[in-house]
Ligand binder design. Structure first.
Ligand code: NAI
Ligand code: UGA
Length: 418
């Protein structure tokens, strides 16, 4: 069965979702409030670097994937409405749901027309959001799920840098949906994807997403805590110790072991905000999660820990080369990047002479952070030649072995990579 699908919010998740359904021959309408972004997409250009997704966009734009500025018309024609808008951190770390509500406002009036649709929350939202916030919000607008429409959540597990591959070869498809019609339609929509489909309660769907992201964050903070212990004891080869830990056959060669490895803290758009949001959601229900509290505290301490290492080795008058600006290799996303946090701390400590190089994210970093003290280099060689000391913050493969090429330069390796 081929469907029509509307996607609200055309970021990493929205564009990937839209194109994955287009690839399976469904008709997809995309809507975003950011008109600069929609103009780029209409012209077949991705607003960020994402391998595979760029070619999928060229294949489907203005064909199976149409960008529209008329949200109501898109929904009128659709069987499914996927909400993929951002859910950033609010003031107390809670998930800010305002983009979800503002997206719903844009098409709610259409839901009275008698056609049965499934409204699917794909954005990451804390457990009980669909049941206690979204459905009551709709009911207040005179819209009760049932004959008119179904409401479901469908968490997304993709990683940036691997969006397309993760979406097309998902490990599992999880749908929180509690009515038969909604479940049947979602099963049918996803039937072309070769992945097990799990139908769970609304709260469970949302919970599974946080199980995943909080575990990843916990593994990283555990590793960072262990690296701090090793540091105070001294004479411990931290990188080798973790590599030997990974040789335990019980890991089974799992890629997941790579999260049990120290660095300068987890970053990006999701792990920090999702860990905070799960903590806040639990506190709001009366239980303070102790492990998550420490996971967050350890993560927040890591930039200072690394800045202290830099201060130990480099004088404020020397020229410091920053290697890597994106939040992780393989991506040009600079949201919650460790480099920005470490540069801010060093600026506060009186350091002024920074130069930076990232294989893909110089421009995005400058656009987001506007550090007037920072100059950008166009190559690894030029930053190495111009710096008195180098701080490796993003473990791009290009940086492997660079310390051997410049044996006289001090390197502060925040990723235990060299
Ligand atoms: N980035 C990632 O790797 C993953 C993100 N997620 C979750 O998916 C959600 C979206 O994340 P990203 O795609 O990274 O966000 P993003 O920030 O890249 O994109 C969100 C888009 O929503 C648009 N938007 C905001 N309000 C809107 C409205 N009322 N109507 C239509 N569009 C609107 C924004 O202009 C923006 O283009 C978040 O909840 C995130 O936690 C889940 C899995 C992976
Ligand atoms: O909810 C989300 O948005 C997504 O968040 C993460 O994906 P992503 O933010 O793209 O980044 P990761 O590759 O997981 O990296 C997150 C942090 O962990 C660190 N990391 C990553 C991978 C690794 O092997 N080891 C490791 O320490 C990175 O440096 C980074 O700071 C999760 O991995 C995805 O499953 C999830 O869908």
């Amino acid at each position: 069965m081929k469907y029509s699908v509307s996607v609200f919010g055309l970021g990493f998740v929205g564009i990937t979702t839209a194109l994955a359904f287009a690839e399976k021959n469904h008709t997809v309408y995309g809507f975003d409030v950011d008109t600069k972004r929609t103009s780029l997409l209409k012209a077949g250009q991705l607003p960020f670097l994402e391998q595979g997704l760029d070619q999928a966009l060229v294949r489907h734009i203005n064909n199976k994937f149409m960008i529209t500025d008329n949200a109501e018309d898109a929904v009128k024609n659709s069987d499914f409405v996927f909400l993929c808008v951002g859910t950033p951190s609010g003031e107390r770390g809670e998930a800010d749901l305002s983009y979800i509500f503002s997206a719903i406002e844009k098409f709610a009036s259409v839901l009275h027309d008698g056609k049965h649709r499934v409204i699917v929350i794909k954005s990451t939202v804390p457990p009980s959001t669909t049941s206690e916030r979204v459905i009551p919000h709709l009911k207040k607008m005179g819209l009760s799920p049932g004959d008119m429409f179904s409401v479901a959540n469908n968490p997304e597990f993709l990683r940036e840098g691997k969006c397309w591959d993760d979406a097309m070869h998902a490990d599992r498809i999880v749908c929180g949906v509690e009515d038969r019609k909604g479940e049947d339609m979602l099963r049918s929509l996803y039937s072309d994807f070769d992945a097990p489909f799990f139908n769970v309660s609304l709260n469970t769907g949302e919970y599974i997403k946080y199980l995943s992201n909080t575990l990843l964050a916990t593994m990283i903070s555990y590793s960072n805590e262990m690296s701090k212990i090793a540091d105070v004891i001294g004479d411990i080869q931290i990188k080798e110790a973790f590599e030997i830990l990974h040789m335990d056959r019980r890991w089974g060669g799992s890629n997941m072991a790579s999260y049990v490895f120290p660095g300068c803290g987890y970053g990006g758009y999701c792990l920090p905000k999702d860990t905070q949001a799960m903590y806040a959601a639990s506190v709001s229900k009366g239980y303070e999660p102790m492990i998550l509290k420490d996971v967050i505290t350890i993560n927040e301490s890591m930039p200072q820990f690394m800045a202290n290492k830099v201060m130990h080795v480099v004088n404020p008058s020397e020229t410091l080369g920053i290697l890597g600006l994106s939040f992780k290799p393989g991506s040009d996303d600079v949201r919650d990047s460790s480099s920005a946090k470490i540069i801010k701390l060093l600026l506060a400590a009186g350091y002024r002479n920074f130069i930076a190089y990232d294989p893909v994210a110089n421009e995005a970093f400058d656009g987001q952070y506007h550090f007037s003290e920072l100059e950008y280099c166009e190559s690894l060689q030029s930053i190495c030649e111009k710096s008195d000391a180098l701080v490796l913050i993003t473990a791009w493969q290009e940086f492997a072995g660079i310390d051997k090429k410049y044996p006289d330069k001090p390197f502060i390796d925040c990723r235990y990579f060299l």
